[in-house]
Design a protein around this ligand. Structure first.
Ligand code: DQA
Length: 140
């Protein structure tokens, strides 16, 4: 099984950025733990701060890999283009957030992407990524 994690804008600064919200671990360390946890799964990781690059990645992997775990960061709340890309591809996509966006500012309560995704996981810190992978392993 092949899973692609895609992190959007500012998530390259995990471990540095607003630690009280996002924690103090950087994503690369967490990824190593994830890979140890899911020994039978190939987990690929991509991060970009650029909307079009996220779309290109969705197109590139979205017809071949088995699942996509997408934290589109702030583009979650704004991007019709990423929503269209998720709808256009074949691979199921799970929307993920580290923070509980519903406890935060109102503009974070709405997702442009959720309706195109298989499901949404938010608020479990870095564990949100593990839960998203678990959800992709569930039998329909
Ligand atoms: C986030 C929540 C978004 O509202 C925010 O813009 C982010 C991170 C999260 O993982 O909690 O950049 O997606």
């Amino acid at each position: 099984m092949n899973i692609q994690i895609i992190n959007g804008p500012n998530l390259n600064l995990l471990g540095v950025r607003e630690k009280s919200i996002y924690g103090s671990a950087d994503f690369e360390s967490y990824l190593a733990q994830l890979q140890k946890h899911f020994t039978n799964i190939t987990i690929n990781y991509y991060q970009s701060n650029v909307e079009g690059e996220i779309i290109n990645k969705l197109h590139e992997v979205g017809f071949t890999c088995d699942g996509i775990v997408l934290n589109a960061g702030a583009y979650t709340h704004t991007s019709v283009a990423i929503a269209d890309a998720i709808a256009a591809i074949k691979t199921p996509t799970i929307e993920v957030h580290i923070s509980n966006v519903y406890k935060r500012e109102e503009f974070r309560h709405h997702s442009m992407l959720a309706a195109s995704c298989k499901g949404v996981i938010a608020g479990f810190g870095m564990h949100s990524y593990r839960l998203a992978i678990e959800s992709l392993l569930l039998k329909d």
